[in-house]
Design a protein around this ligand. Structure first.
Ligand code: SAH
Ligand code: SF4
Ligand code: F3S
Length: 470
């Protein structure tokens, strides 16, 4: 039986995230919820009394990684058991939701399986595992898990740094034909504005300067406003921008179909809303977009980009692409290449299509051979890398604001981020949370290096680049 005893001081918790930003956020909230139970976090898996793997089901590779990690953990658990020490193993996240009991069958070392909508019940699950050996919870409960989660202490917020995620929306009703998220995260729900503002205020109070509002479809947000009416993301951003201390706001992940006028106005009117947006497109071909059930065309995507550029000149974009979706021809792929070149994404994630059990695309005929997927992926990545490298080179010689986050690798160095999320290193000791203008003088790989600039009028990075004709 595998329950930490707590005989020798606080029990140690090791949580590892495999997934998206929401998965990372969930890991933190699991740690917050276990803190009042006497668990402290460790970064060393060998020291842990409780190991939680917070899993991702989005592509086959992500899922495979977890099972091989569980094999290693089983050996660690067996070795500890021989020394009389119990380690409890939990599998959380989207694989837990999708595979449930199957995980318990496949891996005997696992004690607890908990889905993304039930992790607020972790303390009870630990108790059940202690009594009955193993416990599973993959319900979509009616109660609001956010209400049941413990709030992090000021110290733990501080330890996590000056940037933070806040989940505002969860789940997805869009059912793109390749995607497991509607099944693992369930239907779309939005948290009420007051709860989000309360969480953001706590973060700001503990020194957080930048908040990223997250959701599987964050711009489909439609939560209860403070006036009892339904608010969209634009209005929510305006409310959070009022919180003293919050200097930068981002949101992710957006869908091109949910960009309403209020969101455009937020980009136009709120200086805190960063001019840098992740807007996944998946493909540049209308035929493939239709087969993916994205419900927008290539032209719609360009229109969305144009509206955002009009509202916030200099705004930059990043994206996600799926290469080798069933039926993708050479011409479809050319359309994707040309879309990427036209928008000039400053970076992008691109993935080979991975058939996921239970999704419509997995059963489509005309699956694209693996070697063609690989070739196309390399070609797209090379093109995006070139654009990214050119963008980074253009930043050299420019002066713009950097939000400093932490000590750099070298003593006396501090590293921060530009509005475009590029790491910027400066040889100076600067308090985390400070925003100061930096003159960039060199570029190493993807990082910029520079010195504090003595301009009294700090300039916005994308304005500076626009003025330089980039
Ligand atoms: N809600 C977001 C994306 C969530 S999943 C959106 O609508 O854009 C994150 C990314 O994983 C997706 O943008 C997609 O590019 C990729 N992805 C999802 N399912 C995939 C699959 N079956 N194979 C390969 N990539 C996939
Ligand atoms: Fe998946 Fe599509 Fe929903 Fe994004 S919008 S989470 S890709 S189903
Ligand atoms: Fe993965 Fe679940 Fe996020 S499948 S991408 S962890 S929503």
């Amino acid at each position: 039986m595998a329950q930490p005893t707590g005989m020798n001081g606080p029990r140690k918790l090791y949580v590892k995230s495999y997934g998206c930003q929401m998965n990372v956020y969930d890991s933190r909230r699991m740690a917050d919820t276990l803190a009042p139970e006497g668990f402290v976090e460790t970064t060393q898996i060998e020291d842990a009394d409780l190991v939680i793997l917070n899993t991702c089901h989005i592509r086959e590779k992500a899922a495979d990684k977890v099972y091989s990690e569980l094999g290693r953990i089983r050996q660690m658990k067996d070795a500890a058991a021989r020394e009389g020490r119990n380690i409890t193993i939990g599998v959380a996240g989207c694989i837990a939701q999708a595979e449930g009991e199957e995980i318990l069958r496949r891996e005997k070392a696992v004690d607890i399986v908990v889905g993304p909508q039930s992790y607020h019940r972790l303390p009870q699950l630990l108790e059940r595992a202690k009594r009955f050996g193993r416990a599973i919870d993959t319900e979509f409960p009616v109660e609001d898990k956010f209400d049941a989660l413990a709030q992090p202490s000021k110290d733990s917020i501080r330890a996590r740094g000056v940037t933070a995620f806040v989940t505002v929306q969860e789940g997805c009703d869009k059912f793109c034909t390749f995607c497991v998220v509607p099944y693992t995260r369930g239907a779309e729900m939005s948290r009420p504005v007051a709860k989000i503002v309360d969480e953001a205020e706590r973060l700001a109070d503990a020194g957080v300067r930048e908040i990223t509002l997250i959701g599987q479809n964050v711009n489909a947000y439609h939560g209860e406003g403070t006036d009892g009416r339904t608010w969209g993301l634009g209005r929510l951003l305006a409310q959070i921008a009022e919180i003293p201390g919050i200097a930068r706001l981002r949101y992710s992940t957006s869908h091109p179909n949910d960009i309403d006028d209020a969101l455009i106005e937020a980009h136009r009117d709120l200086p805190a809303v960063m001019p840098h947006l992740h807007l996944p497109v998946q493909s540049g071909s209308d035929r493939i977009l239709a087969a993916m059930n994205r419900r927008h065309t290539r032209a719609d995507y360009f229109r969305a980009i144009e509206r955002l550029r009009d509202a916030q000149p200099g705004i930059t974009f990043t994206s996600d692409f799926i290469i080798g979706f069933p039926g993708e021809t050479e011409q479809d792929f050319r359309d994707t290449m040309s879309l990427a070149a036209d928008v000039r994404f400053v970076s992008a994630y691109s993935f080979k299509y991975s058939p996921r059990p239970g999704t419509p695309a997995a059963d489509m005929s005309e699956q694209v051979p693996e070697e063609i997927k690989s070739e196309r992926l390399l070609e797209l990545q090379a093109s995006i890398d070139n654009i990214q490298a050119a963008f980074n080179r253009d930043c050299v010689g420019q002066t713009f604001d950097v939000l400093f986050e932490k000590e750099g690798r070298k003593p006396g160095q501090t590293v921060g981020r530009s509005v475009n999320l590029q790491p910027v290193h400066v040889d100076a000791v600067i308090a985390p949370g400070t925003i100061l203008p930096v003159r960039v003088d060199t570029l190493h790989a993807y990082s910029l290096f520079g010195a504090l600039a003595d301009t009294s009028v700090p300039r916005h990075q994308n304005e500076a680049l626009a003025m330089a004709g980039v």
